[in-house]
Design a protein around this ligand. Sequence first.
Ligand SMILES: NC(=O)c1ccc[n+]([C@@H]2O[C@H](COP(=O)([O-])OP(=O)(O)OC[C@H]3O[C@@H](n4cnc5c(N)ncnc54)[C@H](O)[C@@H]3O)[C@@H](O)[C@H]2O)c1
Ligand SMILES: O=C(O)CC[C@@H](O)C(=O)O
Length: 528
Amino acid sequence: MPFKVLISDPLSDDGIQVLLQAEDVEVHRQSGLSEAELCSIIADFDALIVRSQTQVTKDLLSHATKLKVIGRAGVGVDNIALQAATELGIVVINAPDGNTISTAEHTMSMLMSLSRRIPQAYLKLKQNEWDRKSFVGVELNGKTLGIVGLGRIGAEVAKRAKGFNMQIVAFDPFLTQEKAEKLGIRYAGLETVLAEADFITVHTPLLKETKHLISHKQFELMKQGVHILNCARGGIIDEDALYHAIMNKKVAGAALDVFEIEPAVNHPLLELPEVIATPHLGASTVEAQENVAIDVSHEVLHILRDLPFKNAVNLPSVPSHIMKKVQPFFVLSENLGSFLAQLTIGAPQEIDIQYSGDLTELDVAPLTRNVIKGLLAYHLGYQVNYVNAPHLAKLRDITISEKKNTLNKGFTNLITVELKTNQETRTVSGTLLNGLGSRIVKVDEFSVDVVPKGHLIYICHQDKPGVIGRVGTLLGTHDVNIATMQVGRADVGGAAIMMLTIDKQARKEVLDHLGELEEIVNVTEIDL
Ligand SMILES: NC(=O)c1ccc[n+]([C@@H]2O[C@H](COP(=O)([O-])OP(=O)(O)OC[C@H]3O[C@@H](n4cnc5c(N)ncnc54)[C@H](O)[C@@H]3O)[C@@H](O)[C@H]2O)c1
Ligand SMILES: O=C(O)CC[C@@H](O)C(=O)O
């Protein structure tokens, strides 16, 4: 029986030749199916290939009894229920490189159209009006372009904008001064980028951390008359806040390729003359579609034929005999990485992982991968997995060292992760307690005993009478329930920490209030 592959969004014919010509594959192309229609046929298929239109929901997957692989012809997998796919053992792969150039070029097209108001002028002329007064633009020459997210696409946009003699200032959690200098751009914190730029373009993934990254408060920081671009993902810019900022003239123009809800029709932003827009066309070029279709077709074929593949978004593929021994430490190791990613400031440069106690007897390489995955995924999101985490770290010049230490420091097993960024070095240690699950037992020089799960608040403060009470009262006043609290200090009256577990995520204003208490040095919210 041939493998049956369903392609449910339009894909380049040339790009899928490898599938069409494979003798062991039968390709079905059916675009525009409703969810109900998809649910009724999906049980027949071994592979599903989509772009961004098809919503691969949990419900759809519950009908996909034969499905082995979902191929996303593109980067973002936010239209795929990843967790459900993972639980059902369905591999999700994407094609992360094929549409980078097209999307960077689309961003440049939007930048030029925005600065010269070309779509607005074109519309007028099409209505037979020769209006030369209403469309006075601004030059890009000498202006500052702020880039938020300097990954594949952001970096290509930077190169092209330099050709227009723009000054580039960028923020990305993995960018350092040295890397910025090599690229001939300026590195700055997010607030500086927002405050200095004449044009701001976002190129991050849409993650919990980047959802509404640009909202009311951020618009306030910007220059009067700033121009905004989003060719990444709807939701990175808060659409209500953008509407408001255009209405009060803070923002002179916005170019949007993506929206919080797509398709975006009858959208209030589209009624504003300052807004130009395209219907998610960043990757819509012959070349990009061919590239992603080729990449995804090869990968799908490899998975169906049980051959090695590289762009898995969700797969931990560890040999079973190793897996059995180290798997109990998987969650702990990933959590330690994620904990440090959220605790530290600055761009990661070195990760040093030490294993002690029983762990010295095991092959700990899978755990090291998990630490790196936890650390990178906080900023890079869905694209990081167990397989590609070390590679992604290497691409970002992050060095990784793994050591075993026979001194067990009182724990039967202990993982200590030290993260050095360009601004600080922080350490966290965790252990797996027999029958009791994992614990964080040390943060920097402070001993603690915290379950690494849920919403945590990490507070550095001065050890003075009454601080703990004031923190409790403030949180209580804002209806934040403390589930557990751990306090640690180095010396009486010196530096101390509190680690709280809270029942539900605290609002940002509450954390800001905490930070304003006299003895509090800083407050970090950590979600595990
Ligand atoms: N419009 C389209 O058709 C289209 C096409 C391709 C990709 N995309 C989207 O473009 C975006 C970028 O894609 P890419 O391939 O360049 O991804 P990438 O992973 O190469 O780059 C994303 C960068 O964002 C950075 N980042 C994460 N959190 C950040 C934060 N809080 N502040 C600043 N930077 C942050 C990451 O460190 C990373 O370097 C994604 O959202 C992708 O889905 C859109
Ligand atoms: O399929 C498309 O055209 C959108 C692709 C793009 O948003 C991506 O994330 O790769």
